[in-house]
Design a protein around this ligand. Structure first.
Ligand code: ZN
Length: 252
């Protein structure tokens, strides 16, 4: 069994040998920024609510205020959160020309804030909101600030309710975004999974697509994933510690 330093060295070697790396990230890359994994039972976000009863598109349409009550603490955390060294390490690997895309299941905007350029946000993001009556799309920063202060479900000028551009349970993934992500990962010679347990389909199916084409696989996650047996390297560590150390070796 290699120790962590050796694993980091081996990850850097695999990255140096690759030319078209695609990273796939999940909630685990944002927990060091103080954002809980909202799908996790330990997040505290489900103590008072059943996810399907509040965070589904059906529940949203039926009772938007209930949805907004639920997302209130989470949206405050997300608005105030800053990228951590793991986000910056991926942005740096992209600048070096090694990393071609980041595919994320996160909605928190932290890859964007860290400077990642080619980014596929499969579950949407909180930067914009859409009116469910007139479909006008609006920038959300000021709207979310007001919502955090007053707790009220935000409305469009037309009177319709605004829905954040995030994918709720029962909604389809953004098709164009998903197809672009598929294309990027089909060309990958190395997939770097960071902070995702690869549990939420169909996003979790994407790395398997790269493996069929002969790509290598590095998994940095604190939990096992269904692809562990096919990984060239598995690191059970904190992504905010491990990824910057890898990026440093690659760029040295
Ligand atoms: Zn409207």
């Amino acid at each position: 069994m290699m120790d962590l330093t050796e694993q980091i060295q081996q990850a850097a070697e695999l990255i140096k040998q690759a030319n078209h790396i695609v990273a796939m990230t999940g909630a685990g890359i944002s927990t060091p920024s103080g954002i809980p994994d909202f799908r996790s039972p330990d997040s505290g976000l489900w103590d008072k609510a059943d996810p399907l009863a509040v965070a589904s598109i059906y529940a949203f349409r039926q009772n938007p205020q209930k949805f907004y009550n639920w997302i209130h603490p989470l949206s405050r955390m997300m608005l105030n959160a800053a990228p951590n060294p793991a986000h910056y390490a991926l942005a740096q690997l992209e600048k070096e020309g090694k990393l071609k895309a980041v595919i994320t299941q996160n909605i928190d905007d932290l890859h964007n804030k860290a400077g990642s350029q080619i980014l596929y946000e499969l579950h949407g993001h909180l930067r914009q909101m859409t009116c469910i009556r007139c479909y006008r799309v609006q920038e959300s920063t000021e709207i979310i600030k007001k919502f955090i202060a007053d707790g009220l479900a935000p409305h469009c000028q037309c009177g319709g309710i605004l829905k954040p551009n995030v994918i709720l349970f029962g909604e389809q993934l953004p098709m164009q975004e998903y197809i672009s992500a598929q294309r990027a990962i089909a060309n990958a010679d190395l997939v770097l999974v960071a902070g995702s347990s690869l549990e939420v389909s169909p996003a979790s199916d994407l790395p398997a697509l790269a493996l069929q084409n002969g790509a290598r696989l590095i998994i940095i996650n604190d939990q096992p994933t269904y692809l562990d047996s096919q990984a060239n390297l598995i690191i059970r560590g904190d992504v905010a510690d491990v990824l910057p150390r890898i990026a440093e070796l690659v760029t040295a």
